[in-house]
Design a protein. Sequence first.
Length: 192
Amino acid sequence: MKNTRGQVSEARARLLGTATRLFYMEGLHSVGIDRIVAEAKVTRATLYRHFTGKDELVVAYLREADQAIRDRVDEALASGRPAAEILRLVARAIAEDIGSPGFRGCAFLNAVAEYPDPEHPVHQAVLAHRQWFLRTVTDLLAQSGKTPPELAGRHFVMLRDGAMASGCLSEPAAVCETFLQGIEGILTAGTA
């Protein structure tokens, strides 16, 4: 919710920031509204003034994560580099995330594991992000002209998914090296 000057309210930002931290570190179902309200130092009434309930807060968390990724991709696109180099930049950003302290996997894969119903708004938010990411990668691969773009796009996303899952289970440096080699293979082999 924005105030009269068009800015997001401080309370909403605190709620979303607190929920983001807790949801990512501990899971969506394991973190209750009472804890979010207490740690954000707001009242329940304030929470419900900004969000209809926990599901809407979870969707807002995923939309924030989606926007952060879109912003990074937009930054790479704005660099004016060739499509293959933009894909390398995107892959390196993913590898940086995997190697960052506190990495606990992909927020979207984690969310869909907790909300398997394809009709649920949380599941729908995950699908919207994944469709955008696949479409973006596929479009860049088509521009690069080096691979069959649809197959290569799916391959890129599968490599990302595997790296995100493996990155919190084993040595991140090795996972990132393997992921980046796989992306380079897509970009240089001419086929997926």
